[in-house]
Design a protein. Structure first.
Length: 309
């Protein structure tokens, strides 16, 4: 085999995480016998018609790329969630690929093939070189798997992705409306998740979202979230939850941002500034909310009653 062909194979494989397909080898001018010869030396079969160039170790991304090349598709649902790093609760063991044409061929073990009749170029991005649904379309594809994929996990994933700037509620609504049609899987589930986010307001952590869910389920008033509190025109702090009718602030503390002496000292100084504005401050920790949510709800209900009186 000529050095020119070897370089061409190496260049194409480098663009595809060390992989190349049989049709691509044919395009480079290789015959069937030449491909069989390469498969015993330079190339290592890793799919139905996909090869890995020896010296390129397999990785999760290259495994996903191999399936996409094998089936001429893009990563979808839980595989797309893993590539976009949308939260481990949304990941799966199988590699899931979305294709635009149906096939009667049984997928190989560890692969799930899904099909669609509507996949535009705008719906597809490359993540680490792997063709993949964009984040908004990924969440719609995940919603199609409810209840196999829990709606709560998707809602948490959306909240995290919004905070990280990976997606926005507006983009999710736009994607939903653009792809809405009778019978399309995931539309109803995603719409319910987005409407729930609208009802509860934008939160900044799983802890805040869980607290609002508990209040709503118990029939208690919902607070204003992420409210700026000021005193005499001077900013005192932005609080997690604020009940303006009674002047109650509820701060939700996880372990990560309140664990060092310096962080705790800043927290105490901030609470003093808030109290000087005339509000009451109640702190709820992660352990309290997770370990004894009924007591937390009882305490909040009592505080609302006392302050209202």
């Amino acid at each position: 085999m000529s050095p020119t062909i070897q370089r061409a194979i190496a260049e194409r494989a480098r663009e595809q995480l060390g992989l190349i397909t049989r049709p691509q080898l044919v395009e480079l001018g290789l015959s069937a016998s030449s491909i069989r010869h390469l498969a015993s030396g330079l190339l290592e079969p890793c799919g139905r018609h996909t090869f890995r160039v020896r010296g390129h170790p397999p990785t999760p991304s290259s495994e996903a790329m191999g399936v996409c090349l094998d089936y001429d598709g893009v990563a979808t649902t839980r595989t797309a969630a893993r590539l976009h790093i949308l939260g481990s609760d949304l990941y799966g063991d199988a590699i899931e690929v979305l294709v635009t044409r149906r096939t009667n061929r049984e997928p190989r073990p560890g692969v799930i093939v899904r099909s669609t009749t509507n996949l535009s170029a705008d719906d597809v991005v490359r993540v680490g070189g792997v063709p993949c649904l964009n984040v908004a379309r990924t969440f719609l594809s995940l919603a199609a798997l409810v209840p196999e994929v829990p709606a709560d996990a998707i809602r948490t994933g959306i909240g995290d992705a919004c905070r990280e700037g990976k997606v926005s509620d507006a983009w999710l609504w736009w994607t939903l409306e653009r792809l809405r049609c009778r019978g399309r899987a995931g539309v109803i589930a995603l719409e319910e998740i987005l409407r729930r986010r609208e009802e509860l307001g934008p939160t900044e952590s799983w802890l805040e979202h869980t607290f609002l869910e508990l209040l709503d389920a118990a029939g208690l008033p919902l607070p204003v979230v992420q409210r700026r509190i000021a005193r005499d025109g001077s900013f005192a702090g932005r609080v997690d939850c604020f009940f303006p009718d009674v002047g109650l602030v509820v701060e939700l503390e996880g372990h990560r941002h309140h664990s060092t002496p310096e962080q705790r000292a800043r927290d105490e100084a901030r609470r003093r500034r808030l109290i000087l504005t005339g509000v009451r401050v109640m702190v709820v920790t992660y352990d309290e909310l997770v370990g004894d949510p009924d007591q937390v709800l009882a305490d909040v209900a009592a505080a609302l009653t006392i302050l209202a009186a």
